[in-house]
Design a protein around this ligand. Structure first.
Ligand SMILES: Cc1cc2nc3c(=O)[nH]c(=O)nc-3n(C[C@H](O)[C@H](O)[C@H](O)COP(=O)(O)OP(=O)(O)OC[C@H]3O[C@@H](n4cnc5c(N)ncnc54)[C@H](O)[C@@H]3O)c2cc1C
Length: 384
């Protein structure tokens, strides 16, 4: 159920609403039933991948090469509906579209685009994005992974940490230093010297596959190097695409928590009346509606700027920082309103609450986005 308190839907086109509603019904019918088990066993429901492809949910705002070519707001609404179910489900689609397909689409050779984009769009192939290292997260420029030029291409050595989809990926976008400059490469995960190690025991994003990638002199042919943008600007431009989707996605997670809190508190009788009839409970529910409404409006305005091709990275930072924070706060209040039931996986609230801890951290932590906005308003970078 979407919150439409300020008639936000009047800002969306008929086509955007249709796309949102069709993804909503797919999520309810096919994604929801997989989640409890997937969360318990920390296994991604792989049977959904071809369905994501058939429904045009992978790289849906990219054009050409058999990509769906939808508008940016429609793309955002797809992310919102996927994350209504689970942040791990949305993460799969975000990584595939914004962090794997986008760099190939924007910086790959014609041959790379024709070879990989149709298969990534259909879900026949899965990709991952390796930027972070165990000692280089908020400061990716500190990466140690290196590429050296050899006959016909490059050899890459190093390791990447916390990589979504790592163990199920056919290709990896790996960022490595070539002559001291951060450079992107499309790496076949079956290449000699490439290994993906599953990271188990997460309390958050358990439905998503997270891995360490180890590269030991992995050969990458010359035409698998990404070109066009120099240095860190290239991976950061991909992250801006993915963060854009996160801004919408977390509205979905927050809305789900609100829906659960409203329905639970309406049927839970405490003393002599339903919980939702108490003033303190209403204050919590109203706080949720208030913050989700603001977050939705931020998303729609941000989406229209993206469609007009005027969206700046710091504007995405402001929305990512705001929407992740409010989603976490909504999830925590919702968890509280469910009392003891709120800690059980019979209800999705605690799963969302724990997932949102990751979403607030990955793709730039809340602090880092605050510093990005701080630099935009003062002109002074204060990252170091
Ligand atoms: C489940 C999961 C999936 C992920 N998927 C991917 C993926 O697919 N690909 C990928 O490349 N990475 C991925 N990441 C990595 C993620 O992007 C990083 O964890 C994130 O950028 C933060 O880096 P870090 O963990 O090293 O934290 P750190 O950079 O060590 O930060 C620790 C703390 O220090 C704060 N901090 C950092 N710099 C400053 C500063 N200048 N001033 C004040 N405080 C500061 C941070 O805000 C944070 O609170 C994933 C992470 C998780 C948890």
């Amino acid at each position: 159920m979407a919150i439409n308190f300020l008639s936000e839907e009047s800002l969306l086109s008929k086509e955007e609403l249709q796309i949102r509603d069709s993804v909503r019904s797919f999520v309810a019918k096919e994604v929801e039933p997989t989640l409890k088990q997937a969360h318990r066993t920390e296994e991604f429901p792989k049977e959904l991948i071809p369905r994501f492809g058939e429904l045009g949910l992978l790289g849906s705002n990219l054009e050409g090469y058999e990509c769906p070519g939808l508008g940016d707001v429609a793309y955002g609404l797809i992310m919102q509906e996927l994350e209504y179910a689970d942040s791990g489900i949305r993460s799969f689609c975000s990584v595939q579209g914004a962090l794997v397909m986008f760099p190939i689409w924007a910086y790959g050779s014609e041959e790379l685009k024709q070879r990989y984009l149709p298969q990534l769009s259909s879900g026949e192939m899965v990709g991952c994005f390796g930027l972070t290292e165990s000692d280089a997260g908020s400061n990716p420029g500190g990466m140690k992974t290196k590429a050296v030029a050899v006959d016909g291409g490059y050899k890459i050595s190093g390791s990447k940490m916390w990589i979504t989809n790592g163990n199920i990926a056919d290709i990896a976008i790996v960022w490595a230093k070539l002559d001291g400059r951060v450079t992107g490469f499309v790496v076949d995960t079956k290449s000699k010297g490439f290994k993906a190690q599953l990271i188990e025991g997460k309390f958050s994003l358990r439905v998503s596959v997270t891995s360490e990638l180890i590269l030991d002199e992995v050969f990458v042919p010359e035409d698998h190097r990404l070109t066009g943008l120099d240095g860190l600007k290239a991976p950061l431009s991909c992250l801006t695409q993915a963060r854009y989707g996160i801004c919408f996605g977390v509205v979905g997670a927050a809305t789900r928590c609100y829906d659960e809190a409203l329905s639970y508190s309406s049927s839970r009788t405490i003393f002599e009346k339903p919980l939702s009839h108490y003033q303190l409970a209403q204050a919590k529910l109203v706080g949720m509606v208030q913050e989700i409404t603001k977050a939705q409006l931020l998303c729609i305005q941000m989406g229209r700027l993206k469609e007009a091709k005027t969206l700046k990275p710091e504007q995405v930072s402001l929305v990512k920082m705001n929407n992740c924070r409010i989603a976490l706060d909504v999830a925590r209040d919702a968890r509280d309103m469910l009392g003891a039931n709120g800690i059980m996986d019979e209800y999705p609230v605690i799963r969302h609450m724990l997932n949102l801890e990751t979403v607030n951290t990955y793709e730039g932590t809340e602090d880092i986005h605050r510093l990005v906005v701080g630099q935009a308003v003062t002109g002074a970078p204060s990252f170091r």
